[in-house]
Design a protein around this ligand. Structure first.
Ligand code: NIG
Ligand code: FE
Length: 391
């Protein structure tokens, strides 16, 4: 089994004067000082900052087509909801995805994945949600699974068929949930395509009543749930997610203090998505102070998608978490590492530097985390380590 010893590192979060990390077989064995060198390949970090590798816990990375035209419409004054109601938005991406093969989806998605990896990311969550038919939703997750065979990365999938109502189901949301979201979930789960079930709870998407049977089926299949909640309005998604013991509730611009208390009691992560907030020029901020006070773990993610957050930078996401949401540097770093891993149910697998966890690490040409968060458009990654190997 390969043994590697990283020496002379500034190990973020390590106790005392620890400056070495020993990994074997892809797992962290020990963090400390003067660790045993026998049989180990030695890597001198020369004083660089070592963090857990970032985890991007909320993305719509697999998609096709381009929606820059909607960006221009919004610059002209149209709102996201108006564009969606006129058949654009998510439904424009659906038209593109339905016309593509799995291999085409993979090919379009790889450059986005590569950009995330260039900033040290080890783990990426990828949602369906632009197919909105059983087969097209399954193809999206087949493409997501295929990404993990093309790159050294851990992919976690979410079944997001309940993202929007396709035109052929107009006025028949309940039928859509039963015939596509639930029936498709059964089929996709049988094929091993699903790690979690997600939904979009919003007045332009689905209500908690419509989503309830889907979440019930997720529970019956033993799958964790998460939810896009309170992004554009307060729709009760957070309370609903908390009631279902969700791994996370995501977006949360319109969440309240009461919602924060519910998330805390449920042990759910608040996943904040400053890219979407920025692109939509939102003015209502997620209640970060309430999450902090209630002890809700906050994660940050790119929300990479063709419409509201065409962003593939986890570093920029941290910067936005600080500047737009007033999160501290330690909160931003935990937001893209430990708390992001927790939002995926991976808290004991990745996202922290601790013995027993996967050796997913990032080495940066900086001395301290504030330098990662403060700089814009600069990538100081020196090395990305995935499961103990430089990747
Ligand atoms: O997370 N909020 C819903 N879903 C995506 C946007 C998807 C889209 O516009 O394509 C999001 O922001
Ligand atoms: Fe999203």
């Amino acid at each position: 089994m390969t043994r590697t010893l990283w020496t002379r590192a500034r190990i973020e979060g390590a106790a005392g004067d620890a400056d070495e990390l020993l990994a074997e077989g892809g797992r962290i064995l020990a963090v400390g000082r003067d660790l045993p060198r026998q049989g180990a390949r030695i890597v001198d970090c020369d004083g660089r900052l070592m963090t857990a590798a970032p985890v991007d816990c909320h993305t719509h990375l697999v998609f096709g087509g381009d929606r820059a035209g909607e960006f221009e419409q919004r610059l002209d004054g149209a709102t996201y909801e108006e564009i969606a109601q006129a058949g654009g938005g998510i439904r424009a991406s659906v038209r593109a995805v339905r016309s593509m093969t799995v291999e085409e989806l993979v090919a379009e998605s790889l450059p986005r994945l590569d950009h995330l990896l260039s900033e040290g990311v080890s783990t990426v969550e990828v949602k369906s949600g632009y197919g909105l038919s059983v087969e097209a939703e399954m193809n999206m997750l087949r493409a997501a699974r295929a990404l993990a065979t093309r790159r050294k990365v851990r992919i976690r999938t979410s079944w997001l068929a309940a993202h929007a109502l396709p035109p052929e189901y107009a006025g028949r949301a309940t039928d859509y949930i039963r015939e596509v979201a639930i029936a498709g979930l059964d089929a996709a789960h049988a094929e091993g395509l699903v790690d979690a079930v997600d939904g979009f709870c919003e007045r332009i998407a689905f209500s908690t009543e419509e989503l309830a049977p889907l979440f019930d089926r997720a529970r019956a299949l033993g799958l964790p749930v998460r939810l896009h909640a309170e992004q554009l309005s307060h729709s009760g998604g957070t309370a609903f997610a908390a009631r279902h013991g969700a791994l996370s509730a995501d977006h949360l611009e319109h969440a309240t203090e009461a919602d924060a208390a519910l998330l805390a009691a449920a042990g759910s992560v608040a996943v904040l998505l400053p890219g979407a907030f920025y692109m939509l020029r939102e003015t209502v901020r997620p209640p970060v102070a309430a999450f902090r006070a209630a002890g809700v773990p906050m994660a940050l993610a790119t929300d990479c998608n063709p419409g509201t957050s065409p962003m593939t930078s986890i570093l920029m996401t941290m910067n936005m978490g600080a500047t737009l949401f007033r999160m501290t540097v330690p909160e931003c770093l935990a937001g893209v590492t430990a708390h992001a891993a927790r939002a995926l149910g991976l808290a004991t697998e990745t996202g922290r530097i601790a013995p027993g966890l996967s050796a997913d690490l990032a080495l940066w040409d900086v001395e301290r985390p504030a330098q990662l968060v403060a700089r814009i458009g600069f990538n100081p990654l020196h090395a990305r380590i995935f499961q103990g190997e430089t990747a």
